[in-house]
Design a binder for this molecule. Sequence first.
Ligand code: ADP
Length: 427
Amino acid sequence: ESEDGDNKPVVHVEVRLYSDCTRLPLLFHTAVISWIEESVESVRYGSELRGWEELRGFQGNVERIYIEEGTSKEGDLTVQVAEADFEIHVYRPSEEEIEEFTADLDEDDDEEKVSAASVRPLPSIELDGVWDTLVYSDDIKSRLLNYIYSTVFFSESDIDFNVVAWNRVILLHGPPGTGKTSLCRALAQKILIRLSQRYTHGKLIEINSHSLFSKWFSESGKLVQKLFQNVTDMVDDDQCFVVVMIDEVESLTAARAGAMTGNEPSDALRVVNALLTQLDKLRTRKNVLVLTTSNLLGAIDEAFISRVDLQEYVPLPPPQAIYTILFSIIREMMKKGMIKHIDLPSWGLVKTLLRNEEWRESPGRSAEVGKSLAKLAEKCYSLELSGRTLRKLPVLAHTQYLTKSRSSEERPRRVERWIEAMDKYVD
Ligand code: ADP
């Protein structure tokens, strides 16, 4: 942001190139910004931008142009081009496949392989859009992005690490099914898109703590060394940004605690210590970030917590977020023709409508649907349903209540029937 008191909102524009595009991303960068400034009047947050298809050199090279999600201060989804600053991020998703990092447990037996980690190239097509499907009612997503920006800013300024220090470790904790794992993956993808001018590619290494810390301890020590040797090699490429993800870090602690009750340091302890040592070594590298998740904050040991820079609690979704999740489910089903189209009011509108006496007497259909959806959201909230459970609701409700009519003409296509079925299922 500029320092002259100019408070324009920053709109992030993601320009996705086809993975076989060989032209310099920078070319599109300038072309997109001038096209927006000259020919576009307003843009809508969280939607694709159209009308660029005829621009010279875009056909066959640019796959889509997307305006990142966001809202204006007033909560509007539309923003006037003249009133905003634009940041353009041009990226090319990788075509490489996910690789499993396996170890032989038994050298004589090829079948006995255990996957210690998977390595996913970034940016990745599958992860595009995951960020937007995650709904939180506070600004946890922007806090995470701001932390990334801060660490990159410090790193790029070549700050003396002995004077200003940080660990590059984030911990997301909270109840199961609240989107922590998805948020880590989506954040990794976002980083690569937002920093596309600095880093041309990246890797997301998901460490499988269960297999690493559970059964095969004696092997795991060596495995951790090998794994991190790989990570270090990746980090040596300074065009590459590396995200290391450790799900359920409490299993790391459990292994340690188990070891403490015995008399001698066990294999488990060695594995955990090896991992912590390796994480410490990454601390001074510019292009690394460690993302961890846990369902049980209390069970994580001090040695790990002290290495965490940013701890975020990821709560169960409140009614507003539930409404938005259910809304997104219904919108998807309408898009695929399973439910007949109807305009649904936003949560803000439903709340205003509910307060408005006049409307209560003679509501339109769409307001009525909004109202029953809001009621369902409140009910799900009081039952402490997680985001994961909510996403399963349509299938479960269908299984239970809507399978009677098999022929396509009889299929339930009215949104009211679906909401009613989900409501019954929740009961
Ligand atoms: P966790 O790691 O916290 O157990 P996951 O990342 O595995 O949770 O989430 C499971 C699924 O639940 C995700 O695919 C996501 O679609 C859905 N989900 C969970 N929380 C939310 C949320 N706040 N908003 C939208 N979807 C959510």
